[in-house]
Design a protein. Structure first.
Length: 425
């Protein structure tokens, strides 16, 4: 059987999850990271991380870490950690394509006694129902006899440089008691916050998927309260500040819910629930409400413009921020696009400014153009959609300088000077 002390680590997928893993494991074990994108591998070799999760200095210090686009270069690895996205399709059903392809790639180099650990978020049972059969089929090896599987769900929070991989407790699990101990010991070498060994892979999968489902439902509640308070003419933030003085009040805030976790993971759980004959009520209701917030923000902005007798058709609107969250370049599943698409139906001329994004990626993913500089006295309305640090530092005078007289400023994130804001969640 494999000894944790002699492990050689192969990381499949070098995104927000895989790269920090590769960097940490390389401090203890021979490690090689694999990614399909040749450009990504080339940049990492030059100590450049486009996700901004790992600094150039950290990459330079991980001198023993190797990178490759050739899966065969991982042939000597004994532990394969799969950290690829698990998105949803247009019908909001789980899309296992990246996970299936990663499993098939690993299977081509899988050897006797190797361990495959999955970090991707899935519904309970998916690792053993979807991934293991591919590993068996394409490797010719027998599960739990020739090779073994573990599951340790990722808990990376993009853009958060306070809660880093080593300082977040890690859930671990394995397909046999021995493998569970092996995986737990392995991660224990790099996770300073400690590990939590779950009793089974299915328990670990379920624990991960409900983390984000819980947040999604809680945010949906606050979003609904914001809709109610708006009709009552009450400032939602003031209500939340007052309620927050109670020791057990949860500090959630209204807003857009996008990204590749909170806005996606609940659909994995609801898919499995429906497959088992149960129709989730609360989870799907929360999802519908959160998915409609972009259109609500757009309609509220239009109403404010009309009250000021601003003709919406052909008006110039500025959207500040396109990423799914602040201080992060990730555009995946950003719900800011919902605001843009809804405003476009009114015939408005929309410009987007976001210093964090790759302009080519924004064009490819959403067909939008991100401007490079902010012109003065141009806009009839400004919507702050993402609280990048560059935007939270705007003064009232700087914002007014962007706008025409009588312009509407809508603050989704409650970070702008209140005296110039016409509307907010």
């Amino acid at each position: 059987m494999l000894n944790p002390d002699n492990a050689r680590i192969g990381i499949i997928g070098l995104g927000y999850v895989g790269l920090p893993l590769a960097v940490e494991f390389s401090k203890k074990y021979p490690t090689i990271g694999f990614d399909l994108k040749a450009r990504r591998v080339d940049e990492l070799r030059r100590h450049i991380d486009a996700t901004r999760e790992v600094t150039p200095e950290e990459l330079r210090q991980a001198g023993s870490l190797q990178y490759s686009c050739d899966i065969n270069e991982l042939l000597d690895c004994t532990v394969f950690i799969v950290a690829v996205p698990t998105p949803i399709d247009r019908n909001k059903q789980p899309d296992f394509t990246p996970l299936v392809k990663a499993s098939a790639a690993v299977a081509t180099i899988l050897k006797k006694d190797d361990v495959v650990v999955y970090e991707s978020t899935v519904y309970p049972g998916a690792t053993e129902e979807v991934c293991v059969p591919i590993l068996e089929r394409d490797s010719g090896l027998k599960f739990n006899q020739d090779f073994f599987v573990g599951y340790s769900p990722e808990r990376i929070n993009p853009g958060d440089h306070q809660h880093r991989l080593p300082t977040i407790v890690k859930i671990t699990s394995g397909s046999t008691p021995w493998v569970a101990n092996f995986v737990d010991t392995l991660y224990g070498q790099v996770i300073t916050a400690g590990t939590f060994k779950a009793s089974s892979i299915r328990v670990a999968e379920a624990a991960k998927v409900i983390e984000n489902t819980q947040r999604d439902v809680n945010i949906a509640l606050i979003n609904e309260l914001a809709l109610i308070f708006n009709r009552l003419g009450i400032d939602t933030q003031e209500v939340l500040q007052a309620a927050g003085t109670k020791w057990n009040f949860l500090p959630f805030r209204p807003g857009l819910v996008g990204g590749h976790c909170i806005g996606v993971d609940p659909y994995y759980l609801t898919h499995k629930a429906q497959e088992m004959g149960y129709h989730p009520e609360m989870i799907l209701a929360g999802r519908r409400l959160n998915d409609n917030m972009g259109r609500y923000i757009a309609s509220e902005t239009v109403k404010l413009m009309l009250k000021r007798r601003i003709h919406v058709a052909d008006a110039h609107l500025l959207i500040l921020g396109l990423t799914f969250k602040e201080n992060c370049p990730d555009l995946r599943n950003t719900r800011v696009i919902d605001i843009i698409e809804e405003l476009a139906t009114f015939g408005a001329k929309i410009e987007i400014y976001d210093p964090w994004v790759n302009r080519d990626e924004a064009s490819q993913l959403y067909g939008v153009t991100v401007i490079e500089q902010l012109p003065r006295q141009r806009y009839d309305a400004v919507i702050l959609a993402v609280a990048h640090r560059e935007f939270t530092q705007f003064t009232a005078e700087e914002l007014r300088a962007l706008c025409r007289d009588n312009a509407v400023i809508y603050d989704v994130k409650h970070v702008l000077p209140k005296k110039i804001v016409a509307g907010s969640l």
